[in-house]
Write a protein that binds this ligand. Structure first.
Ligand code: C2E
Ligand code: MG
Ligand code: MG
Length: 728
């Protein structure tokens, strides 16, 4: 752990803290709203203004802070004040300065930190405004940093106000000495309400020159309608010799010389001098600040793209409704395939769709509920006092229908579908978090049923969620215990029937549930962290098997290996593939890697570069399930492919449906014009084979030629001797 550096100006810094009245660990109530805004704006559990004392730190204002170690040595803010700008620690466990810090390893469990130093007017760092979470945040953007800086400016202003109050309370030095050059407007006046001194800042904010004010009534600074109450206050103070028990507003209406009015921050102090009361008003034009606060408050609650409530504000609304307590329904909505639309039609159209969907939802829900955008293409609706399941479901259906109507953007008609999950309180949940997460599970279910579906939460979904989590644990065991095996499906020349290749297809030998096909576990595997590891195993195992077959009677057999998206994101796939081929003595053309459109679109640039390098080395690249996505055709131009795999859905339908037949025709034409090989998947009947052969599709794969099978069976199919296999 690194300890924070100590400034050479440390003694001046501590003096400055003391001049702000902050040497005694006192709270500064005027900072409370700022930390609340900060916590909300960044959706963090903790926000604080942390002042750095000589060996301890303390909070001038905070929200969400529990028991915590306040030693300066361990404080993140003590580091932040050494920076000139925002200090962001996305994940403290990965940061060499903090990974073994007790705040990180101990019960405080600090993972994320962002803090801005707070400087006194003469540049001494007093402390920091910070936001903290016990989850890492890798996405704290430049814009977030800008907003945090803006909030820090407000904090600094308020601290300066505090300094002036403190200094003037302690002693009554010469006006010039302590306020003459301050940028905070200060006015001194006497019992007759005559201005005895004021500084340039005060004069300017009211539109006067410095010389103009002296001797005039201080009442010129406020509108006439407020004079009586002001006089009354001063008279009472004179009578009692103090302002102590008088209610003095902290904001008043200010008046400029030109008659315009503005919002004026106002603090009034009084003291006795030679038997007479003297008064000091510390003023501040807070119009801009108030606007800024309103704007920041707005930003903290509103999604900037659509103007709808954001995630944090949605949660608060649900919480407020349930604690009222009031019944409520929550609808979670997710656009189907939005990523594809965004990738193919561009972000401008994507944003246009999100805006239009927002308008439609807001119109539909009108004043009866709250509509929020809570993620990229995720929306949520809160319907307070909705206790009727049927009505809530009707609303959900209406939402789906509304979104499904064509959207016209820049003359282009786009259609998007949406799925919706519904949950009700108090029927299915008592607490906000539970209600939202139940609606989320219902949404997950709706999506798994296909596009444009609505699903009402049922308790079984919670059980399924728990089972999914257990499944994730089981996958770890499967990797450790080697429970995965590969099956192989033959790929044949449609004219001669000769076996040209084998596609490796993964299976899970589950100890209790038997042999599982990919549909049962690939989604969980891809969501988790093991996909790249399993992918490497598949590659190695398939290459080893292919090398064996090529050495023992099938010298030109090609091996097809399906890739996971994660394999492009972890490690160097090109090096791994080349080393694997080398290890098993396979030439690059013996391997054909299969990618799907999802992989291609996932992180196009990185994927594209990797595939180009693999292709340059001579490795084959097949585009799997061709024709099922939005972007299949446009990807043909950019991706370095060697083969198109026509999706089985078209093959199944081609003899009955002209549409499927025409997709196959045009795909084959296109393959020819791009000089690519084509293979049809899912051939189950002789009729399909004949038809495809007539259409000049050279290769095929499907149950007609063989289901995916264990390696030993595939050996027999190739006519490779079992005994040889055993010694091989
Ligand atoms: P895919 O790559 O499109 O594989 C073809 C799928 O179609 C296989 O399903 C195969 O059993 C099935 N199939 C083949 N011929 C026929 C037929 O005539 N009729 C019918 N109805 N189906 C046929 P499987 O083995 O269940 O694999 C499903 C998907 O899982 C694969 O689709 C592939 O995307 C993925 N997958 C399988 N193994 C792996 C792997 O090792 N790595 C990765 N990343 N994905 C894999
Ligand atoms: Mg495949
Ligand atoms: Mg396929």
């Amino acid at each position: 752990m690194k300890c924070p550096a100590i400034f050479s100006t440390e003694s001046e810094r501590l003096l400055a803290l003391s001049n702000h009245g902050l040497d005694d660990e006192s709270l500064v109530p005027s900072l409370d709203p700022v930390v609340h805004i900060a916590a909300r704006m960044f959706n963090m559990p903790v926000a604080a203004v942390n002042m750095i004392g000589s060996d301890h730190v303390f909070f001038a204002a905070s929200v969400g802070v529990g028991e915590v170690d306040m030693r300066r040595d361990v404080s993140f803010c003590a580091h932040a004040i050494n920076q000139s700008d925002v200090m962001v620690v996305p994940d403290a466990t990965l940061d060499e300065r903090f990974h073994d810090n007790p705040l990180v390893t101990g019960s405080a469990n600090l993972r994320f930190y962002a803090g801005v130093p707070l400087l006194s007017p003469d540049g001494l760092a007093l402390g920091a405004l910070c936001v903290i979470d016990n989850k890492p945040h890798l996405d704290f953007s430049e814009e977030d940093q800008l907003r945090l800086r803006e909030l820090a400016k407000i904090v600094s202003d308020r601290l300066e106000l505090r300094r002036i109050e403190v200094v003037s309370n302690r002693t009554r030095p010469d006006f010039e000495e302590y306020a003459g050059h301050s940028t905070t407007p200060v006015v001194w006046f006497d019992e007759n309400r005559r201005i005895t001194s004021w500084n340039r800042a005060a004069a300017q904010s009211h539109g006067y020159t410095l010389e103009e004010g002296i001797g005039k009534s201080v009442e010129i600074l406020i509108p006439e309608r407020d004079h009586p109450i002001f006089r009354e206050t001063i008279a009472r103070a004179i009578a009692s010799g103090s302002l102590d028990r008088l209610a003095i507003p902290s904001e008043v209406c200010g008046l400029r010389k030109d008659g315009t009015e503005f919002l004026l921050g106002f603090s009034l102090f009084g003291w006795k001098d030679a038997g007479h009361m003297r008064f000091e008003a510390v003023l501040k034009d807070i119009t801009a600040q108030r606007l800024e606060e309103v704007e920041l408050r707005y930003q903290a609650n509103i999604d900037p793209l659509t103007g709808l409530a954001n995630r944090a504000s949605f949660y608060r609304n649900v919480e407020d409704t349930l604690t009222a307590p009031e019944p409520a329904a929550v609808l979670m909505i997710d656009l189907d395939g939005f990523k594809d639309v965004n990738d193919t039609l561009g972000h401008i159209v994507g944003d246009g769709i999100l805006k239009e969907v927002s308008i439609r939802l807001a119109k539909l829900v009108d004043a009866i509920g709250v509509v929020a955008r809570i993620g990229g293409d995720e929306f949520a609706i809160l319907l307070p006092s909705m206790a009727d399941t049927d009505l809530a479901m009707q609303m959900a259906e209406a939402v789906i229908d509304n979104i499904a109507q064509p959207i016209v953007i820049d003359g282009q008609e786009v259609r998007v579908a949406a799925s919706c999950g519904v949950a009700l309180a108090p029927l299915q949940a008592q607490e906000a978090l539970e209600l939202v997460s139940n609606a989320d599970l219902a949404l997950f279910k709706a999506k798994s049923l296909g596009r444009g579906r609505v699903f009402l939460f049922v308790m079984a979904l919670r059980m399924e969620a728990v089972a999914r989590r257990l499944y994730a644990l089981e996958l770890h065991r499967a990797v450790d215990e080697g429970e995965f095996i590969l099956f192989y499906q033959p790929q044949v020349n449609l004219a001669t029937g000769e076996i040209t290749g084998a596609e490796a297809l993964i299976r899970w030998h589950h100890p209790e549930r038997g042999l599982l096909t990919p549909i049962a576990f690939l989604p969980a595997l891809e969501r988790g962290t093991l996909a790249a590891t399993v992918g490497s195993w598949v590659l190695d195992e398939a290459c080893a098997q292919a090398a064996y077959w090529r050495r023992n009677g099938a010298p030109s057999l090609r091996i097809g290996v399906n890739l996971f998206g994660a394999q492009f994101r972890v490690g160097d796939l090109v090096a791994e593939v080349m080393q694997t081929l080398d290890r098993h003595g396979l030439p690059p053309e013996a391997l054909e890697l299969e990618i799907t459109e999802n992989i291609a679109l996932d992180n196009d640039d990185g994927v594209l570069k990797t595939l180009r390098r693999l292709r340059d080395h001579g490795v084959g690249i097949a585009f799997d399930d061709f024709g099922t996505g939005y972007a299949s055709f446009s990807l043909l131009k950019t991706y370095p492919l060697t083969r198109i795999k026509i999706d089985q859905s078209f093959v199944h339908g081609m003899l009955e449906h002209e549409q499927d037949a025409s997709v196959i025709r045009s795909t084959l034409d296109m393959a020819r014009s791009f000089n690519l090989e084509a293979i049809a998947e899912g051939i189950e009947t002789e009729n399909q084979r004949i038809h495809l052969q007539q259409k000049k599709c050279s290769e095929g794969q499907g149950y007609l030629f063989g289901k995916p099978m264990a390696a030993t069976q595939f050996s027999s199919l190739l006519g490779i001797n079992e005994i040889l296999w055993a010694v091989g």
